[in-house]
Write a protein that binds this ligand. Structure first.
Ligand SMILES: [Zn+2]
Length: 298
């Protein structure tokens, strides 16, 4: 293992010492190299403000072949996890009538299934950024739709900050052309390149992909990174993540990932996403990944 990886490993979260179940971090940061193995250019609906953009992503280095368990018993508090069902039914919608789905509803169903499973673990505190179709700060008024939509995104990370969360997981579904029959398919997870949080982010992302693809007939597209084109950096000099949901959390020293579970406009994936039982399985697979990553025991 590289020295840098060892340092990163030591920086990874926390063990829960006063609660009835244990929390450990199972990390295998084996050779987290800087090598980027693949670059893709695909359209996606996922950008901060919601417009489809031509996207350049990099496939992050894959971690891990053998597991290690690291626990840093430095806290007497529960591990706090914020689950974030992306978008909402008012200011930041993702309606796809031609596809028979609305992304905000899919995200919510998946996140709720994850939430319900994690709630069984009394050694963690699990929160969800919205409990219905409304955006997280629906009680506020804004001058225009864009301001309102942006505020709904900021409210998600503000929520995590207020809860003093240890982990932030955002739930999304993907699209490429927006028309049923698109070629792109499968699950992918956006992770950070930040030097301190990269290992944990990649490990959680890797486990998410493993569990999703075990639970459902979905292809793994791997871990992805996308950085801001302006070449701005974090405090450690690494490129700042494009997505605010990642960059704001990372700026606040909080590991974060964005899960794109499947492609709404791919016929195969679409069929899965239109089945509520499959959405439940996706959410429970995400929960299983978190359980594995942090070594949660009932
Ligand atoms: Zn989305």
């Amino acid at each position: 293992m590289k020295n840098a990886a060892k340092l990163l490993l030591c920086a990874v979260l926390a063990a829960c010492v006063l609660c009835s179940c244990s929390v450990n971090v199972n990390v295998n940061p084996t050779e987290t190299t800087d090598a980027v193995t693949q670059t893709t250019t695909e359209k996606t609906t996922e950008n901060k403000t919601g417009e489809p953009v031509q996207q350049q992503t990099e496939t992050a280095s894959e971690t891990a072949t053998e597991k290690q368990t690291v626990s840093k018993a430095d806290t007497d508090k529960k591990l706090k996890i914020v689950l974030d069902p992306g978008h909402d039914s008012t200011a930041h919608t993702r309606n796809h009538p031609g596809l028979g789905v609305n992304e905000q509803d899919l995200n919510f169903k998946i996140a709720r299934a994850c939430y319900r499973k994690l709630k069984q673990y009394d050694c963690i505190d699990v929160y969800i950024t919205r409990k219905n179709g409304d955006c997280p700060n629906s009680d506020k008024k804004y001058s225009d739709d864009k301001a309102h939509g942006d505020a709904c995104i900021y409210a998600r990370t503000d929520f995590a900050e207020k809860k003093n969360a240890d982990i932030f997981v955002s739930f999304h579904c993907n699209s490429s052309t927006g028309k049923l029959g698109a070629k792109a398919n499968g699950a992918e997870v956006y992770v950070t390149k930040h030097s301190k949080l990269r290992v944990e982010s990649e490990l959680l992302g890797k486990l998410v992909l493993e569990h999703i693809t075990s639970a459902l007939d979905l292809k793994s597209r791997g871990l992805k990174t996308r950085v801001k084109p302006e070449k701005v950096t974090y405090d450690d000099g690494t490129p700042k993540d494009y997505y605010y949901l990642l960059s704001n959390n990372i700026d606040n020293n909080r590991p974060a990932i964005i899960i794109e579970h499947a492609y709404m406009d791919n016929a195969h994936d679409n069929k899965i996403l239109r089945d509520d039982e499959s959405l439940k399985k996706l959410g429970e697979a995400d929960a299983d990944a978190i359980i594995d990553c942090y070594g949660l025991n009932l």
